[in-house]
Design a protein around this ligand. Structure first.
Ligand SMILES: [Ca+2]
Ligand SMILES: [Ca+2]
Ligand SMILES: [Ca+2]
Length: 142
């Protein structure tokens, strides 16, 4: 009986990983960006980013814990947690405002203070590649 539970957990996890590929990856990126780009002009600006940080910070203590992030992320729970750990520089399950701003700076390749959907997608795919969810050279198409 215990073995069955373990097996179903393992398969559940594997299924979650498979879903990240191909079309579903594009859906994840689009959903993630849509959540951040609140005025829907295709550009993520710092004020939009900070507004979402406030929403994600459920208890309003100025930092986003991994639990708070997972609860708000558009990604599946297990994946959201992995993404959080890549994004959080000191891996303490807590993203301070300063750490969150570093993330925005990393996404902003052109350094103009705005993140296009293309820049967001690039950053997201880099993280997923780092986590092994996307093969190197894997065509990320729908
Ligand atoms: Ca915008
Ligand atoms: Ca918090
Ligand atoms: Ca941290």
């Amino acid at each position: 009986m215990q073995l069955l539970v373990v097996l179903s957990l393992l398969f559940g996890y594997a299924y979650c990983q498979i879903q990240v590929h191909g079309h579903d990856l594009n859906v994840l990126v689009a959903k993630g960006f849509a959540r951040l780009d609140t005025n829907k002009d295709g550009i993520l600006e710092i004020n939009e980013y900070e507004a979402v940080l406030k929403v994600d910070d459920t208890d309003g203590d100025g930092t986003i814990t991994c639990d708070e992030y997972v609860a708000h992320s558009s990604a599946p729970k297990a994946l959201a947690l992995q993404i959080f750990n890549v994004v959080d520089p000191d891996n303490d399950c807590s993203l301070t405002h300063a750490e969150a701003l570093i993330v925005l700076t990393k996404m902003d390749q052109t350094g103009d203070g705005q993140v296009s959907e293309h820049e967001f997608e690039h950053y997201y795919v880099q993280i997923l590649k780092h986590l092994g969810h996307v093969d190197h050279g894997h065509q990320v198409v729908g």
